[in-house]
Write a protein that binds this ligand. Structure first.
Ligand code: NDP
Length: 259
């Protein structure tokens, strides 16, 4: 299916392409699997080539590894070069999932300005740089963008000031861009995950992981923390058929923790 909802059943018809940043682990990896399950071709972007190759090997549809540091100030140039070198794939990009992100915990008083820069470069500026380069393709294809923000972008906690501010800025930009891109046929929506079991959390690889997850469960009215597939499913839903009239939306997928 295309982002606008068109169905393509014949195998010889080139499938639409989704480009996912941070596709080597967690939510990005699950999103790649979700789109692949729907028959899409997938471009897997991220810094760790080996991780992306492993994800690629597990997918059932065609996939392409795109080594990219979204936080680099040359990420737009790198992406433009990749597009030029992979034109037949790049021309089919209908959906971009801005999922790459970093999280560094600190209070405002304790945080360094380097940490603020790192998080804004990755969680916001990298998104804008990539969008600028990919927008002409999305416009041609009537495409869609999904941002992965955070419930912390809506309701911050004291020790996540820089991260929360970067994710809030992402939501605000997303609303502004929805107004700019809507008349040009491109939709942009955001997902705000709650606590999801991925490598971004130290408990993910900790020995006491099970106990930690159990202790976090009651925070959610739905009684558990999230799995990457919970978020991937919403990203897919906002990208494809049924969401043709949805843009500028912020959807919390968080077991109700943000209520
Ligand atoms: P992961 O750490 O598993 O995924 C983050 C991904 O981003 C990694 O694959 C990493 O790959 C990639 N990444 C980080 N920096 C860069 C960069 N400069 N350039 C390219 N890729 C980069 O954690 P999640 O799956 O949880 O994170 C996905 C998104 O979800 C993030 O934006 C995060 O903020 C958001 N989120 C997660 C929540 C959670 O509880 N898990 C809650 C709310 C939001 P590599 O190192 O190879 O580049």
């Amino acid at each position: 299916m295309s982002a606008s909802g068109a169905t393509s059943q014949k195998t010889h018809v080139p499938q639409p392409v989704v480009l996912i940043t941070g596709a080597g682990s967690g939510i990005g990896e699950a999103t790649a699997a979700r789109f692949s399950q729907e028959g899409w071709s997938v471009v897997l972007a991220g810094r760790r080539k080996e991780a992306l190759e492993k994800v690629k090997a597990r997918l059932k549809t065609e996939a392409f590894v795109f080594p990219l540091d979204v936080a680099s100030e040359n990420s737009d140039q790198t992406t433009a070069e990749w597009i030029k070198a992979n034109k037949t794939v790049a021309d089919r990009i209908s959906v971009v999932v801005h999922n790459a992100g970093i999280f560094e915990r600190a209070t405002t008083a304790e945080s360094s300005m380097d940490s603020w820069s790192r998080m804004f470069e990755t969680n916001l500026f990298g998104v804008v740089r990539l969008t600028k380069v990919l927008f002409p393709i999305l416009k041609r294809n009537g495409g869609a963008i999904v941002n992965v923000s955070s419930t912390l972008g809506l309701r911050p906690t004291p020790d996540t000031a820089a991260y929360s501010a970067s994710k809030a800025a992402l939501l605000n930009w997303s609303a502004a861009f929805a107004k700019e891109a809507g008349p040009l046929g491109v939709r942009i929506n955001s997902v705000c995950p709650g606590i999801v079991d991925t490598p971004i959390h130290s408990f993910h690889s900790a020995e006491n992981k099970t106990a930690t997850i159990e202790s976090l469960a009651p925070l959610q009215p739905l009684g558990r923390i999230g799995q990457p597939r919970d978020i991937a499913h919403m990203i897919w839903s906002l990208s494809g058929p049924g969401s043709e009239w949805t843009t500028g939306a912020t959807v919390c997928v968080d077991g109700g923790i943000n209520l």
